[in-house]
Each structure stands twice: as structure tokens, then as C-alpha cells.
Design a protein around this ligand. Structure first.
Ligand code: ZN
Length: 258
């Protein structure tokens, strides 16, 4: 393959051998690509450390061959850096981790690239990093083709009383189908309504959110995670570090409106 010049987001950056780094990139043209960037951990280096920092939006030349799972990265250049603090940074790293965990190797996904590229701006502009992450996650699941189906029972199609949810089915179920589906859990109409609302929001809409009842947001996030979990053999620990963004507590929502 000829060299490819592409924009990319650095999902992960790991020191490699004496002076190199291993990069997991989500690239505009090749999708998720693992590559090695040689001879940069020296002083002085011709490549700025920011150009291979986790979360950076870069421009890079890749030499990829079908024979090797490892591409060669050359001359990365920073387009923008995501440097928000606190919960915004935690949300951004959670998103990078999701993309790293669930996307296929070297499969171009331009819509997902755009989602990822624009996420730091939304996180910086917004007030509620966890809510923004939740909205992005819903869109991520949709781009991956896993759901989330929130209107009408995923088994029988009825639109009334869909208060069960199944990760395996990727969406809601009515009461009678939900009781027969082993993977289904009972949720509430309020949580389903919240998910529907978030599902339709643009980045501008997500950035304007100021408050979401924590218990509803936490439950909605768990349900979306259940959809992702069904499509992976990664141990469920992948979502453990999200608990700071979606803390337990507040009033219970489980029976409200259900
Ligand atoms: Zn049904």
C-alpha cells in the first residue's frame, strides 16, 4: 500500500523499546490502526511530544501493509489538543477507551471519526460532561449498528408500555415480551424517555444541558453499556472506571412511571 496521509485521534500512546512509542490511532481514512512511531523519545526530538499524546488530534503519514498488523507512523503534526480538566477529561478518556475497545481494526468509519474529532469541543463548551458522554455513547452505539432501539418493542413492535430493556436485543421491550426475555431488565418510562431525548440531541444540544437527575442518567448509561457488553468478549471491567462520572445515589428511579 502507498503511504496514506490522514487525520487521526490518538486513542493510546505507549512507550515502546528504547526510543519509540506504540500508538493506537483512530484515523479518518483507515479507522482504528495500531502503529509504531520510531525514534521520538529522544532529546531533542524532531517530533513534539504533543503530537503523540493521548487524546491529540493529529495529521500523520502512515505506512501500512496487509502483511503486518503494525503500521509505521511518520511526521505526526498536532492539529488540536484536548486539554480540559477534571470530569471533562475523564469523559474524554472514557470515550477514547470505548472507541479503542469496540471498533474493528482498520475499518474506515468516517462518521465515527467526525463524532470523536468534535467531542472535545462539545465537552469544553458544555456544563455536564457525563450527560454529554451519555449522548455521544448513544450515537456511538448507533454508528456501530448495535441499536439503541427506543421506540416500539424490539420483539413484537407494540409501542405502548415498553419498560423492559435488553442488551442482547439492543433496545426496549413491552411488558409481556420483556418477561419472557431472559436478558431483559425492567427499567422505567422515565429512563426510556430520557434516552430518547438524548438520542436526538446534536453536540450543541448536549452542550446546553445543565442538569439531569443522576439516578436516571446512571441507569440509562448502564443500559447502553449492556448493549455494548453484548457485542464484546471484553470482561465487564471496561466500564468500572465510569462510576465517578455516573455516581450512585440520589432518588431511585426504578419504579417511577413504570
Ligand atoms: Zn413486545
Amino acid at each position: 500500500m502507498p503511504p496514506i496521509r490522514t487525520e487521526a485521534i490518538v486513542l493510546r500512546s505507549i512507550p515502546y523499546r528504547e526510543t519509540s512509542v506504540l500508538l493506537d490511532l483512530f484515523t479518518q481514512k483507515l479507522g482504528r490502526t495500531r502503529c509504531v512511531l520510531k525514534g521520538v523519545r529522544v532529546s531533542p526530538s524532531r517530533v513534539a511530544p504533543a503530537a503523540f499524546a493521548t487524546g491529540a488530534h493529529i495529521d500523520v503519514v502512515l505506512y501500512a501493509s496487509r502483511a503486518s498488523a503494525l503500521a509505521l507512523a511518520h511526521a505526526p503534526r498536532v492539529i488540536s489538543l484536548c486539554e480540559p480538566g477534571g470530569a471533562r477529561l475523564a469523559a474524554w478518556h472514557t470515550l477514547l477507551h470505548l472507541v479503542s475497545t469496540f471498533t474493528p481494526d482498520r475499518e474506515p468509519m468516517p462518521e465515527l471519526f467526525a463524532l470523536l474529532r468534535d467531542a472535545p469541543r462539545a465537552l469544553s463548551a458544555g456544563q455536564h460532561p457525563a450527560a454529554i458522554l451519555f449522548g455521544i455513547k448513544l450515537r456511538f452505539v448507533r454508528i456501530m449498528g448495535y441499536g439503541v432501539h427506543l421506540v416500539g418493542c424490539t420483539a413484537c413492535g407494540t409501542r405502548a408500555g415498553c419498560v423492559f430493556f435488553s442488551g442482547r436485543r439492543g433496545g426496549v421491550l413491552c411488558v409481556s415480551c420483556g418477561r419472557q426475555e431472559k436478558s431483559a431488565v425492567r427499567t422505567s418510562a422515565r429512563v426510556v424517555t430520557l434516552m430518547r431525548h438524548f438520542d436526538g440531541l446534536s453536540y450543541d444540544g448536549l452542550a446546553r444541558i445543565r442538569h439531569v437527575p443522576p439516578a436516571l442518567l446512571r441507569e440509562g448509561n448502564l443500559l447502553v453499556n449492556a448493549v455494548l457488553q453484548y457485542h464484546t468478549d471484553v470482561p465487564s471491567q471496561w466500564w468500572v472506571h465510569e462510576s465517578n462520572l455516573f455516581p450512585a445515589g440520589g432518588t431511585g428511579s426504578r419504579d417511577a412511571g413504570g
